[in-house]
Design a protein around this ligand. Structure first.
Ligand SMILES: NC(=O)C1=CN([C@@H]2O[C@H](COP(=O)(O)OP(=O)(O)OC[C@H]3O[C@@H](n4cnc5c(N)ncnc54)[C@H](OP(=O)(O)O)[C@@H]3O)[C@@H](O)[C@H]2O)C=CC1
Length: 374
């Protein structure tokens, strides 16, 4: 048997059974890899795109090669997509000085889990900031809203619950209310419900699913209320028209108390795609205090994210996760907009450095786990 090949099932199984501490350790590790990237963008050489051929069918099939070269980790992610759907591929992790293969990973689960972890770097920093209680959980209830029901949505909800249930935070909460906003199909909640059962009576985790509106403004009353009352919002939809609107956050109907909302959008990845409206991005651009949008890569988000492109966001309006130092740089006060809310907006388009670094981390965690079992 070849132990260098790591399947999606192995990765999924490991993270479904890991502790909150492992999740937090992985978040710290990914933050470190993004610091290395921000210090030296050169560790990500240019990607190569090539279609399978010239004829109609083959021209829809793209091969994408994404290399990473650094002293800390080297490798390549290779994805093949058909008509921009069904992205599938592998991540090869190599010893940087010798080229020895450390591991060859199926890419689907690694990609989904690393995105959820990176999405939560800013969130974790805000939750654990000792000087400012950024979040004001009304009645001890954390309202978490996720747009989407796919693999990304699942791991975002899972990782966030794991963070909130860690020793550091669970005492400040009475309950977590998870609102899942679905397009056509509801999420299968079996796995998330069994996770919540594993916490016993420690904390009540309540799941609700509301369908997204289909009208012109994409709002349904229940989905709208869920968004307005959210402390944390994840966007995991591949949509061209937005589903999240600034006025859902400035309207004070659902929140009489001051509130902070952390938003991370990861679903859209092309200039024509949008998860939030232009107003939500524009408030950052017009901020007097130079509050910035948190991104994984300045270069890539400004080329790929429809929301940032439409608002003509410039490099000074964003800060890379790898550059993040003071939380204040990413907290925008909406008080002037007849609202008692502050918001943080994070936009992630995904970088191969996350995949390769996380693949390396997975092998370390797995080896530690196996050593403990012996
Ligand atoms: N930023 C990053 O690093 C990464 C981003 N992604 C992106 O995240 C997004 C979600 O990925 P993943 O969860 O794996 O995908 P899935 O295919 O598993 O899920 C897609 C989700 O989007 C919904 N959806 C699809 N089309 C529409 C539409 N037109 N309007 C509203 N909702 C829609 C689906 O709902 P339904 O089934 O009801 O139609 C489903 O909930 C994708 O865009 C993907 O490219 C993925 C990996 C990394």
């Amino acid at each position: 048997m070849n132990h260098s090949i790591v399947t999606d099932d192995e990765v999924r199984e490991f993270f479904l059974n890991c502790s909150s501490e492992t999740v937090i350790e992985s978040i710290a590790d990914l933050h470190e890899s993004l610091r290395l990237y921000s210090e030296n963008h050169g560790i990500l050489p240019n990607r190569i795109f090539k279609t399978l051929g010239e004829n109609d069918e083959d021209s829809k099939i793209s091969h994408i090669f994404m290399p990473v070269v650094s002293r800390d980790f080297s490798g390549i992610k290779i994805l093949i997509s058909n008509n921009n759907k069904n992205f599938q591929g592998v991540i090869n992790l190599l010893e940087p000085e010798t080229g020895k293969l450390n591991g060859c990973f199926e890419a689907k689960q690694i990609t989904a889990i690393r995105t959820a972890l990176v999405s939560c770097i800013g969130l974790y920093k805000q939750l654990s900031d000792p000087h400012h209680g950024w979040f004001k959980f009304e009645d001890g209830i954390c309202q978490l809203t996720c747009f989407g029901t796919g693999l990304q949505a699942f791991w975002h909800i899972y990782v966030c619950i794991k963070i909130l249930m860690s020793e550091a935070f669970k005492r400040s909460l009475n309950a977590i209310k998870v609102n899942i906003l679905y397009h056509k199909n509801k999420m299968d909640l079996a796995c998330l419900k069994s996770l919540s059962k594993s916490f016993g009576n420690e904390l009540n985790i309540d799941f609700n699913q509301y369908q997204l509106g289909t009208g012109e403004d994409h709002k349904s009353p229940k989905a709208n209320d869920a968004v307005s009352s959210s402390d944390i919002i994840f966007g995991c939809l591949p949509t061209s028209t937005p589903n999240l609107f600034l006025n859902q956050l400035t309207n004070s109907k659902n929140s009489n108390e001051p509130k902070h909302t952390y938003i991370s959008l990861i679903g859209s990845y092309k200039p024509i795609m949008h998860e939030c409206d232009k107003d939500l991005v524009d408030v950052f651009k017009s901020s007097d205090e130079n509050v910035r949008i948190l991104v994984d890569s300045r270069e890539h988000t400004l080329l790929e994210s429809g929301e940032l492109i439409d608002s003509e966001i410039n490099p000074d309006n964003v800060i890379e996760i790898g550059e993040l130092d003071s939380i204040k740089d990413i907290v925008l006060d909406l008080h002037g907009k007849s609202s008692k809310r502050s918001i943080t907006l994070c936009k992630i388009v995904g970088l191969a450095v996350m995949d390769v670094a996380f693949a390396k981390k997975f092998l370390n965690l797995k080896a530690k786990d196996e050593a403990c079992e012996e």
